[in-house]
Design a protein around this ligand. Structure first.
Ligand code: UDP
Ligand code: MG
Length: 158
């Protein structure tokens, strides 16, 4: 059985950065066995904000969402691993922290949907689109297989 890896775009949003939760959030993904293959702190530009949230243009919360994502620096990440897109969303919890399961990042660290401290791509296609908005390929370091050998490849030996 072949376990192919996916990559996904994750961001600690400005409220997470300001509240000192960068390390705590990254740790959740690392503990799962996902690998951080790209990482940087940036101020999101107008172009990046609009491109990132294009699907939400016209919705009532859109202007506020753009202001939110640009309200301070974010920590942008690319995370790689088996089933990383859905797996990361599972770790993050539902968009509304009040509906997110206890133990997820949003349930544990956030109170309202407008300040839900973390972003994660919702599909492999979204992930590839979003990664391009924030990273050049030469800023990503997917080499090295030790994590996947330890976490999933032992299954493939059967
Ligand atoms: N959001 C909001 N109000 C809403 C829906 C969404 O403020 O009613 C914000 C929230 O920060 C959310 C982001 O817009 O994370 C993107 O919404 P989406 O539905 O894509 O949720 P996500 O994929 O982040 O769980
Ligand atoms: Mg989304």
């Amino acid at each position: 059985m072949q376990h192919t890896e996916e990559r996904t775009f994750i961001a600690v949003k400005p409220d997470g950065v300001q509240r000192g939760l960068i390390g705590g959030i990254i740790n959740r993904f690392e503990k799962k066995g996902f690998k951080v293959v790209g990482l940087k702190m940036i101020q999101v530009s107008d172009e990046q904000a609009k491109a990132h949230y294009a699907e939400h243009e016209g919705k009532p919360f859109y202007p506020r969402l753009l202001r939110y994502i640009q309200s301070g620096p974010i920590v942008a990440m690319v995370i790689q691993g088996y089933n990383a897109v859905a797996g990361a969303r599972h770790i993050m919890g539902s968009t509304d922290p009040n509906k997110a399961e206890v133990g997820t990042i949003r349930a544990d660290y956030a109170q309202v949907m407008e300040y839900n401290i973390v972003h994660g791509s919702d599909s492999v296609e979204s992930a590839e689109r979003e990664i391009k908005i924030y990273f050049n390929e030469n800023e990503l370091f997917p080499q090295g297989k030790c994590m996947s050998e330890l976490v999933i490849e032992s299954l493939d030996a059967d």
